[in-house]
Structures are given as structure tokens and as C-alpha cells.
Design a protein around this ligand. Structure first.
Ligand SMILES: Nc1ncnc2c1ncn2[C@@H]1O[C@H](COP(=O)(O)OP(=O)(O)O)[C@@H](O)[C@H]1O
Ligand SMILES: [Mg+2]
Length: 188
């Protein structure tokens, strides 16, 4: 993989994916293993980088530009690996690796139902996953630095192991996007 020189910390990683793909669960495991993981949603709200509240979706609208600029300063000079977690983390700048967690739409639906989400929010996210929205955004911004992990049949520990493997080797060859195609499942 080509080396990418960044202006902030040693290695800046985005752990992104449609809500329900397991970002927070995996992040908690990675924290326990000693990794520095930043929850971008929490940080954006704590630091006031919001530009309103979406009543329909019941969530804050985050000012990604200001969040990215803040991170650049906040992480400047930091050594080691920093993982930015959240469904907006791939929109940040200077990322060395972007890991997109994926989940088969039917399984994602189950996970979001178990979380007690509303039908509207479940549909919106299942559709977004089926259409590869986050993956496409990530690839258009970060090109060959994007990896994807299909979490459908993996346990959170197995997903965390794969993330660790990517971080340790800095090699995303076996995780290059393109192998996953949910459309077969949607239009059967
Ligand atoms: N690999 C997995 N296999 C099965 N269920 C999972 C997996 N990862 C997460 N979950 C479950 O799916 C739900 C959503 O996970 P969460 O980590 O909150 O996703 P995200 O942070 O991406 O929105 C949780 O109830 C969690 O327990
Ligand atoms: Mg989460």
C-alpha cells in the first residue's frame, strides 16, 4: 500500500459503516485492547460542532468541516494509531485507512429491530446499506485507502480481530471493496 503522509497523528483510521453494522461494539473491544478510539458523534456534540437537530431522525446534524478542522489540531503530534469511530468518520480529512463495516440488509434489519429503532429509521438505513452509500462516499474521498469487512456472519470479536490485522499489517489487499453485492438479496 502506498504510504500516505498525514499532518496529524502517526496513523489515522476511520471505522465507518451504516448504523447497526457494529462500529460501537467493535470500538469498545478495541478500546479494551488498548487502542485510542474517538467516538466522533460524542465529540461533535460535546464540542458543539452541530448545526441543528433533525427532529424526524432524532439526531444532531453535525458540522463535518468544523469537526475535521478541530481533529486536525487536536490530534496534531499524537503518536501511534488513532481510530475515529462513527458513520461520518470517513468524511474526515487525512485518513490513512478507512475501514467500512458492512452487513447484509436482512441481518442489519434484525440488529436495528433489536435496538428498538423506528420502522422509518430501519428502512432508511437498510436501504443505505443495500445501495453501498457509505462505501461509495468513502471510495470517492479516499480511493485506494478503503477496506471493507462483511460482519454478517462474524462475531464482534472476529470483526475486531480483522480490524487489528489491518492495523498491524497496514495491508488492506484482502479487504479491497468490490466483493460485496447486496443487490442480489434485494431484487431476488
Ligand atoms: N458482529 C456482530 N454480530 C452480531 N451482532 C452485532 C455485531 N456487531 C454488533 N452487533 C449488534 O448489532 C447492534 C448494533 O451494533 P452497534 O455496535 O451499536 O452498531 P453501530 O455503532 O455501527 O451503529 C447491537 O445491538 C450489537 O449488539
Ligand atoms: Mg454506534
Amino acid at each position: 500500500m502506498a504510504t500516505h503522509i498525514i499532518s496529524s497523528c502517526d496513523m489515522l483510521v476511520s471505522l465507518t459503516g451504516t448504523p447497526g453494522t457494529g462500529k460501537s461494539t467493535v470500538s469498545n473491544l478495541l478500546r479494551k485492547r488498548g487502542y485510542h478510539v474517538v467516538d466522533l458523534n460524542v465529540m461533535a456534540i460535546e464540542k458543539g460542532f452541530t448545526i441543528g437537530y433533525d427532529k424526524k431522525r432524532k439526531c444532531y446534524i453535525i458540522d463535518e468541516e468544523r469537526l475535521s478542522k478541530y481533529l486536525e489540531k487536536d490530534l496534531s503530534g499524537r503518536e501511534g494509531i488513532t481510530i475515529l469511530e462513527g458513520h461520518l468518520s470517513h468524511l474526515m480529512k487525512h485518513l490513512d485507512i478507512v475501514i467500512v463495516l458492512r452487513c447484509k440488509p436482512s441481518e442489519l434489519k434484525k440488529r436495528l429491530e433489536e435496538k428498538g429503532w423506528s420502522e422509518d429509521k430501519i428502512r432508511e438505513n437498510v436501504e443505505a446499506e443495500a445501495l453501498d452509500i457509505i462505501l461509495c462516499e468513502a471510495v470517492s474521498l479516499h480511493r485506494n485507502r478503503v477496506a471493507e469487512i462483511d460482519t454478517t456472519t462474524l462475531s464482534p470479536t472476529e470483526v475486531a480481530n480483522k480490524v487489528e490485522e489491518i492495523l498491524a499489517t497496514r495491508n488492506i489487499e484482502s479487504y479491497r471493496p468490490g466483493k460485496i453485492d447486496w443487490l442480489e438479496e434485494v431484487f431476488w
